[in-house]
Design a protein around this ligand. Structure first.
Ligand SMILES: [Zn+2]
Length: 297
């Protein structure tokens, strides 16, 4: 069972051990400040998904063994709670515990950008690659790092927060309190604030600058971690397409000059609209020891 918690929609589906999505459904995220009202909407979605409602697959043909969840950060481990920045109703909300009670399944929650990174490494643009970074450039900027065939977690599970790499030392104040973070300069929210228009209406110069800053951050990451590949997804990056990627690669070329980093590639994600659910499924499969990477652990 895969569950994706987003600021605009909640999605649930079944993801097989080979990454195939059996079926899925979604609802708009209710704009409420009541944590229980939001959970009730999610619970109804999950329950109908487990029943296979609205699909030809009834009754559910699969044995469901685990629930994986992708959710906006930050999160905490002890106790295990989520506080997604874009969902104010949930602050310190015990999502894993509540879903476990609801479904009777073991539930594993991870950051949505880390989940998407797992998905791209499992069956997407980084399939078969042991060392890469996944990045999501949308409302915010998130990411995940796979090193030696393993997704990095860090002390609190928040490893890979690439949005807070400094790309403009004298740049805009970031939501984190720092200045010139990638997220403060290149996220959809930042582009709206800088240009006064939605990111989808940005002109060539904004697209090129956004790509350039992403390439700058990725060069630092590749130099630090000996990575060969960055997979970039998210509505801003994929919406801008080739001019964005060309600018990212150009900047990368000038800033990743070490023998091991200079041949690194920056490519678009391949999972499309199913990415978040495939990623959430991967979170679940990973938690119960299912191998996601060809020769990884
Ligand atoms: Zn920041």
């Amino acid at each position: 069972l895969a569950v994706d918690i987003g600021g605009t929609k909640l999605a649930a589906g079944l993801v097989c051990s080979d990454g195939k999505v059996l079926y899925h459904s979604q609802v708009a995220t209710p704009s409420t400040l009541d944590p229980e009202a939001l959970f009730a909407t999610l619970a109804a979605l999950v329950t109908s998904t487990l029943r296979g409602e609205g699909t030809d697959a009834m009754p559910c043909p699969a044995e469901i063994v685990v629930c994986g969840v992708g959710c906006g950060g930050p999160m905490s481990r002890m106790p295990e709670t989520v506080s997604p920045l874009n969902i104010p109703a949930w602050r310190g909300f015990p999502l894993a515990e509540r879903l476990a009670k609801l479904t009777g399944l073991p539930v594993h929650v991870d950051n949505d950008a880390k989940a998407l990174t797992l998905g791209e490494g499992w069956i997407g643009a980084a399939k078969g690659v042991q060392d890469f970074m996944g990045m999501v450039v949308s409302t915010g900027v998130g990411g995940g790092i796979v090193l030696d065939g393993r997704l990095l977690d860090g002390a609190g599970g928040n490893a890979g927060h690439v949005g807070h790499i400094i790309v403009e030392p004298e740049g805009r104040i970031c939501g984190c309190g720092s200045r010139g973070c990638l997220e403060a300069e290149a996220s959809g929210t930042a582009i709206l604030a800088i240009t006064g228009r939605p990111p989808s209406e940005a002109g060539e110069a904004v697209v090129a600058r956004t790509g350039m800053l992403v390439g700058r951050a990725l060069a630092s990451v590749a130099n630090l971690l000996d990575l060969q590949l960055a997979v970039v997804s998210g509505s801003v990056a994929l919406g801008y397409g080739e001019p964005f990627f060309a600018a990212a690669r150009e900047e990368y070329k000038g800033r990743a000059n070490l023998s091991f980093s200079k041949s690194g590639r920056i490519v678009p994600g391949e999972l499309g609209s199913m990415g978040p659910l495939v990623g959430a499924g991967a979170v679940g499969w990973r938690a119960i020891g299912h191998p996601l990477f060809t020769s990884g652990t």
